[in-house]
Design a protein around this ligand. Sequence first.
Ligand SMILES: O=C(O)CCC(=O)C(=O)O
Ligand SMILES: [Fe+2]
Length: 277
Amino acid sequence: MIGPGGLRPEDVVDLAAYPIADPDDPARAALVERLRAELERDQVCVLPGFMRRGARERAVAEATAARPLAHHIRDRRNCYLQRSLDPALPEDHPRNLLFDTSSRMIAYDLFPSDSPLKTLYHWAATRQVVADIVGAEALYDNADPYQPANMLCFQDGDSSSWHFDSGNAFTVTVMLQAPEAGGAFELVPNARSESDPNHDYLRAVLLGERPQDIVEVAREAGSLCIFRGCNSLHRVSPVRGDTLRIMGVLVYETEPGVVGDPEVNETVYGPRVALAG
Ligand SMILES: O=C(O)CCC(=O)C(=O)O
Ligand SMILES: [Fe+2]
């Protein structure tokens, strides 16, 4: 159903370039195969020009309108998203290397239900193509009031420090607006593994001693990106200029009915989450 002013998925996704609608289309199968291999090899795959310009501009207008209500995430944290030090460990242990981070989070409930980003998120074909690329048997929409789809804004001086994503095995983002300068998405693929926390290596990366290992992932406006951020260290370099970097973040789950932890939600979406109880 499309409400007044509503968008159809084909208004949002460039289906000529990315034929994801028909599960039996051989072009879809070829696309999935290519991206699956890319993700496996690089821990990241990018689909340039995935979102159509009109849809993107509408999403940018929605983000701009909601921007005053965004929660300013401002933190000094380590790459495990912790804020406190462990005095039992050396000063230069990754656990004890804290870096500044600053971004502005627009929660799911702060933009319209007919938003291009929500149209993209809730479309079964999006969910299915992401599942096929990441190799998940099935994916489900997140059921939290705040988490399912977000618009994360970085203004001049904002950045996201080196971190691993916790929880989800993969992350899906769509660049809604690129900044004038800075705001690069940088990744160190497989910086650790399940069996090896790789602390010495992480220390070297975090202290700037392994610049050759950092991959800059090209992100033009409209590009969709799927990455495995749980073992691949990543950051967003400081944004420069007056144009907001606006990133849509889509959260899919491997089981239905997933909601966020209230304490985590409060740090990401702000004090109003606790007030809403
Ligand atoms: O904004 C980005 O490019 C990546 C943000 C990020 O680290 C994430 O969504 O996990
Ligand atoms: Fe991340």
